[in-house]
Design a protein around this ligand. Structure first.
Ligand SMILES: NC(=O)c1ccc[n+]([C@@H]2O[C@H](COP(=O)([O-])OP(=O)(O)OC[C@H]3O[C@@H](n4cnc5c(N)ncnc54)[C@H](O)[C@@H]3O)[C@@H](O)[C@H]2O)c1
Length: 364
């Protein structure tokens, strides 16, 4: 049972040291003392908004070099991985150096990948600066880059030495990235944490003030799952709820040249997969309506049409969770409880879930 503690709360899983909550940076000083040299990877916005916050909190870190990449998903590429490996080489990084990934999910994904492949493994610490990275991307050891227009096509499972999650960074985050992270917070509540669902309440995310305890709780939910199933052999799959339809929608918009945030796509995916849950695993319609109301309070409906559905279905057939041609869904049995590996979901039912979304229908 997780009890919200005084901030920050420290949790050592033996492989990863987590420090989570207001004041986390100040508590992290001793983590850096053992490294002879430290390198910081960040993107241009993070340099502008977050670097001073970090250095003011931890002035004694021995930073030997900074490595910068442009902001945005297009930096999660092999070209930027080469830039990072080159920089580490030119700056003289050795296996007892440390790489700090300071930034959102793009920085922790590519930074973790480059560190763990450089000289067969450089240690790294994630300091996430977006809501999405604080409750999701920085936790769980999935690292990687996009390749040949497929997301996360090349990568490794490798844990950071530590993850330091301090909400202080979020003060400068743009609305759309708050919203994007909120989709993952909502997902954690739905799949495993009824208490978090109650804490979030029926309100807009912009009305929330108690972010410290919500981030602590949501991050701890993910930690609990990945501790038991690092490589997604079983229970970790519940984290994919909303993401089967969601990923197809995200790729569809990306290819159309009109990208949306990951969270916008996941929010739409949550609506579709909640409805599929009512047909496949008996989620009650009353619960479906409750989920939809909350999503609609926080996300505008996306404007794809019936004509786009065949393209979306095509994207879904590229899903990593397909086994022998059958897409395995993670679905909701009730609020706060998900099940995984639900197969034999008819394509017509998936198609109908998209129509349900477009036409703003009621569950029955
Ligand atoms: N590894 C995983 O388990 C996992 C899980 C979920 C998502 N992801 C990946 O995470 C990425 C998305 O992460 P994201 O939403 O954090 O995107 P991001 O890293 O691109 O950050 C979003 C934007 O916010 C800016 N930014 C970051 N911190 C800021 C701050 N404190 N103030 C102002 N601006 C700031 C960035 O420069 C960027 O423009 C995707 O590549 C996705 O695939 C990985």
């Amino acid at each position: 049972m997780f009890i919200i503690m005084n901030s920050p709360f420290i949790f050592d899983t033996k492989t990863v040291n987590y420090i989570i909550g207001d004041g986390a940076l100040q508590q992290a000083e001793k983590l850096f003392a053992q490294y002879s040299s430290v390198f910081i990877l960040m993107d241009e916005n993070v340099e502008k908004y977050c670097l001073d916050v970090l250095m003011n909190a931890l002035p004694d870190i021995k930073v030997r070099g900074y490595i910068k990449i442009p902001a945005g998903e297009s930096s999660k590429s092999i070209e930027h991985a080469i830039h990072i490996w080159e920089s580490l080489t030119n700056l003289g990084a050795s296996r007892d150096s440390l790489l700090i990934n300071l930034g959102g999910g793009v920085v922790s994904d590519i930074g973790g990948f480059c560190a763990s492949t450089f000289k067969r493994g450089l240690k790294f610490i994630n300091i996430p600066t977006t809501l999405l990275a604080q409750v999701d991307a920085s936790i769980g050891g999935k690292t990687g880059i996009d390749f040949l227009s497929y997301k996360n096509q090349v990568g490794l499972f490798v844990d950071p030495k530590a993850v330091i999650i301090d909400p202080v960074f979020l003060k400068t985050l743009e609305y759309k990235y708050w919203q994007s992270g909120f989709a993952e917070v909502t997902k954690h509540a739905l799949i495993m944490d009824k208490e978090l669902w109650k804490m979030l309440g029926n309100r807009r995310f912009t009305e929330i003030e108690e972010w410290n305890s919500i981030i602590q709780r949501s991050a701890k939910d993910k930690i609990d799952i990945v501790r038991y199933d690092k490589t997604e052999a079983g229970i970790r799959k519940i984290l994919n709820f909303g993401h089967t339809v969601g990923h197809a929608i995200e790729t569809f918009y990306l290819k159309s040249g009109n990208p949306i945030t990951h969270g916008q796509a996941v929010a739409a995916g949550i609506i579709c997969e909640t409805w599929i849950s009512s047909k496949m695993v008996e989620l009650e319609c009353e619960n479906v309506e409750e989920v939809i109301n909350r999503i609609d309070l926080n996300f505008d409906r996306l404007q794809f049409t019936e004509n786009d559905i065949s393209e979306l279905m095509k994207e879904m057939r590229q899903d990593k969770k397909i086994v022998d041609g059958d897409i395995k869904f993670s679905l909701l049995r009730k609020l706060g409880k998900a099940v995984h590996d639900i197969g034999n979901v008819d394509s017509e039912l998936i198609r109908d879930s998209l129509l349900f979304y477009i036409n703003n229908k009621k569950c029955n």
